[in-house]
Write a new protein. Structure first.
Ligand code: CLF
Ligand code: SF4
Length: 493
């Protein structure tokens, strides 16, 4: 894809190609227009956040929505065992609390994991966070988990350490977590009422004994609440993941939200159940469906008045590498990374981060300008954006594997989620069936924003009532411009 001729607004591009975001002046080509839509959401609990707190999350792609456009994370799969059973998990695969079901990672020793981190830290300097999220539960494998963190803290002190757990053993390890300077912990909490939990967890294995049914669920619930409280007392930032299971915990979710907020959780990530018979899970085999995007958004909106919501989670693998929306794990399989030299270099990483921060500031200034007009009660519409990161529209429609969804009104354009789609340009050719699926996925949006859209998809998108906007610029700027031209002042038919 070749961007239009540019007027450079940003400082020197970063050294990494995916973040090479020399900005251009907005050049949009608008192809057609459709009608309005009735979507709405409350603003997420807003943000009188202290500077210290901002600094703790500004390079964490999961804890900061803004950071996820610019910074990457990696996971190392060092924790195979688990101590509970979730009905959406098949142990052949990775922990489904943080991973897409059906994904298997290569298990590593702590030493192999540390080598991998030092290789990746050299090759992808914007990788700022190391997470341990499976393939089982990290705290059911405490020695492997903590040994890995120790090795990284020693050799790569600028990398943030992050942990995700079901919470059963968390109260036992908060001191150790604090000692190791692990500043971000996720607990998956799907219920605060054991009668709801009974439908999700058949058993819990605690202190050498297996507890079935509600007895086990009560232990899990008490330990999760105790762990959350202890994290707050230790001043460790805690995110809560909740898997939304229609008919089981969807109506219960505001209660979960209330309980975790009262115990100091920083962020709530309500994620969709992904369930298919081929994953071999209890839910998959018994026809339990996941929520539709609209249902997920409705629950997120309902809870968002209470606290910050995470809407950019990608349910990534236990060996994920890269920006949240991309998957570079195949570049770093065990066979490959064991042959690669460690290339961690603190100065080079700091220089790369400075470039990223300069670009972030340029993007933020343009976003701010796009959000400066205040109009009461303008209708909200959704737009679908093709992006490779950096906060820009910078991806060809045909290359997008997902679309970021923004909710736009006369005042602002706000990220509200993402939707995965099949790769339309497989082998350079568009597939009609794939295109139909993509259009279906974004059919509640008013426009598609991409750096380029081929003539055939353009025609089909227009037929489906979507406006096609071709641009290479800051997402919010183009989205707001689209809104002004097509929703506030639609051109005469
Ligand atoms: Fe990994 Fe999780 Fe840490 Fe992020 S993931 S352990 S907090 S570094 Fe992030 Fe992936 Fe969603 Fe998890 S996008 S699945 S929320
Ligand atoms: Fe599976 Fe994770 Fe649940 Fe354990 S905690 S059963 S690994 S989803």
């Amino acid at each position: 894809m070749t961007p239009p001729p540019s007027t450079a607004l940003a400082p020197a591009p970063t050294t990494t190609p995916e973040l090479d975001i020399t900005l251009t002046k907005t050049q949009t080509t608008v192809k057609t227009s459709g009608g309005g839509c009735g979507c709405s959401s409350k603003n997420d609990a807003s943000t009188s956040m202290s500077e210290t707190l901002k600094a703790r999350i500004e390079k964490h792609p999961c804890y900061s929505e803004e950071a996820h456009h610019h910074y990457a994370r990696m996971h190392v799969a060092v924790a195979p065992a688990c101590n509970i059973q979730c009905n959406y998990c098949n142990r052949k695969y990775d922990c489904a609390n943080e991973s897409r079901p059906g994904v298997v990672s290569e298990l590593l020793t702590p030493e192999e994991a540390a080598h991998k981190v030092l290789v990746v830290a050299g090759k992808i300097p914007q990788m700022t966070v190391l997470g341990i999220a499976g393939p089982g539960d990290p705290l059911a494998n405490p020695e492997k988990t903590f040994r890995t963190f120790e090795l990284i803290a020693d050799k790569a002190p600028d990398i943030k350490l992050c942990l995700s757990t079901n919470g059963l053993m968390l109260p036992d390890y908060v001191d150790r977590i604090k000692q190791l300077n692990v500043d971000h912990v996720t607990i998956t909490i799907n219920m605060v009422d054991p009668t709801v939990g009974e439908k999700i967890y058949p058993w819990v294995h605690y202190r050498r004994k297996r507890y079935r049914g509600i007895e086990g669920v009560k232990i899990l619930h008490e330990r999760q609440m105790e762990g959350l409280q202890a994290l707050q007392e230790a001043d460790i930032l805690c995110k809560v993941n909740s898997v939304l299971i229609p008919g089981i915990n969807d109506e219960h979710m505001p209660e979960v939200n209330q309980a975790i907020r009262a115990r100091g959780a920083f962020l709530h990530n309500i994620m969709p159940l992904i369930s298919a018979p081929e994953h071999g899970t209890y839910f998959g085999l018994n026809g339990q469906r996941g929520p539709k995007p609209k249902e997920l958004k409705a629950v997120q909106d309902k809870c968002s008045g209470n606290m910050k919501m995470m809407r950019h989670c990608r349910q990534c693998r236990a060996d994920a590498v890269g920006l949240l929306g991309e998957d570079r794990s195949q570049e770093f399989t065990k066979e490959k990374f064991m042959e690669m030299p460690e290339a961690y270099n603190l100065e080079a990483r700091q220089a790369a981060h400075q470039d990223i921060e300069a670009n972030k500031a340029a993007v933020a200034a343009k976003k701010q300008a796009a959000a400066s007009v205040k109009v009461a009660d303008s209708p909200k519409v959704l737009v679908a954006v093709a992006t490779k990161g950096g906060g820009l529209i910078n991806q060809h429609f045909g290359h997008a594997k997902e679309f970021m969804i923004y909710e736009v009104d006369a005042n602002e354009a706000k990220f509200v989620g993402h939707r995965k789609v099949a790769d339309y340009c497989q082998g350079g050719y568009g597939e009609e069936a794939t295109l139909t699926g993509i259009i279906d996925t974004v059919s509640d949006c008013k426009a598609v924003l991409a750096s380029k859209v081929g003539p055939c998809p353009q025609k089909e998108l227009q037929k489906a009532g979507l406006v096609v906007v071709e641009a290479y610029d800051v997402i919010e700027t183009v989205a707001r411009q689209f809104y002004d031209e097509h929703i506030l002042a639609p051109s005469p038919a």
